[in-house]
Design a binder for this molecule. Structure first.
Ligand code: AMP
Ligand code: ZN
Length: 306
């Protein structure tokens, strides 16, 4: 098998066969194309890249850095064992040091002043991944705003987008439909306190990100995928089967999602963003989700004392 670009022996074939060098060039060019097509980053943007230490977010930070954008990296200790740990922090910190990228670190407990994150997860009465995701989004936004960043970049790739797509289609409720409208390479700011979010790897496959980190010799933190998530995620398995028959179906779905506007006018109206009456962070409710759970937690604690 030969590289379709330079005809040297190919080292990888996902949708097309490439040698390592041509694969890396092709990968970077595709990410650059997404950035240009959707105007994800402007020259004067200060981009905060959220990096877990996994292959996706590390690939994202590496490409943005190579393309010469002004980036900094944020890593969070989410307080769930096996999800983030000392090793993932070290991996991300080292990655940044080698490339001279400013590195920031915090935890949910420290950032939100939550005493015991495990109690917080328990009292939220939602799947732990949902609470974790909500806290991450709230943290990324507040951190970026308070530190003068103009864009937040995450490592979401076509595999994530397709999984969200099927999950939302199956759920079918209003919130899920609203999520569908967010499956785009960019979620523009909807309020002065909301920072624009970008997904430069929107059209890239997880397996391509894995190959990218391998060929670039980027050290990846062992398993950064949360243990709760893995157990429940049947979609990875289902989509693997579809993949065998249609290797580029995930990229095709991601590209279709870029083109359709699923936002219903009345859903959009409902999504009016206000400021939380307790902490002032943006929310579509009177009190934001973080403060609601904090209130519950402090009520429970005070009823235990009295
Ligand atoms: P996930 O929700 O785990 O699929 O992660 C989605 C994106 O959020 C990743 O691609 C990262 O950009 C970011 N992210 C996830 N976990 C962390 C973390 N512990 N610290 C910083 N960013 C993270
Ligand atoms: Zn609040």
């Amino acid at each position: 098998m030969k590289c379709i670009s330079c005809k040297k022996p190919a080292e990888i074939k996902i949708t097309q066969a490439f040698c390592a060098e041509c694969f890396l060039r092709h990968y970077q060019r595709r990410v650059e194309k997404t950035i240009k097509k959707f105007k994800l980053i402007q020259k004067n943007d200060k981009v905060l890249v959220a990096v877990s230490g996994g292959k996706d977010s590390l690939s994202c930070a590496d490409v943005l850095n190579r393309l010469g954008f002004n980036i900094s990296v944020l890593h969070i200790d989410v307080g769930i064992k096996k999800c983030t740990n000392e090793r993932s922090k070290r991996v991300v910190e080292e990655f940044c040091k080698e490339r001279n990228i400013p590195f920031y670190f915090t935890s949910f407990e420290e950032f939100f002043g939550i005493e015991d994150i495990n109690k917080f997860f328990k009292i939220a009465k939602r799947p732990i991944c949902a609470t974790c995701g909500m806290l991450k989004r709230a943290l990324f936004n507040k951190f970026a705003r308070e530190n003068g960043f103009t864009k937040i970049a995450t490592g979401h790739c076509a595999d994530d987008i397709v999984k969200y797509f099927f999950k939302s289609m199956l759920a079918g409720d209003r919130d899920s439909i609203l999520w569908l409208s967010k499956l785009k390479p960019i979620t523009p700011s909807s309020h002065p306190k909301v920072i624009t979010r970008i997904r430069p790897l929107f059209e890239m496959l997880e397996i391509e990100n894995l190959a990218y980190t391998k060929f670039r010799n980027i050290v990846v933190a062992g398993c950064t995928m949360c243990s709760y998530f893995q157990r429940k995620d049947k979609w990875t398995e289902i989509l693997r089967d579809v993949d065998k028959k249609i290797p580029d179906f995930k990229i095709k779905i991601a590209r279709t999602l870029e083109k359709i506007e699923i936002i219903l006018p009345d859903v959009q109206k409902k999504e009016e963003i206000k400021e939380c009456s307790i902490c002032g962070e943006p929310t579509n409710q009177e009190i934001c989700a973080v403060c609601k759970i904090k209130q519950k937690l402090s009520k429970r604690n005070s009823s235990k004392i009295s």
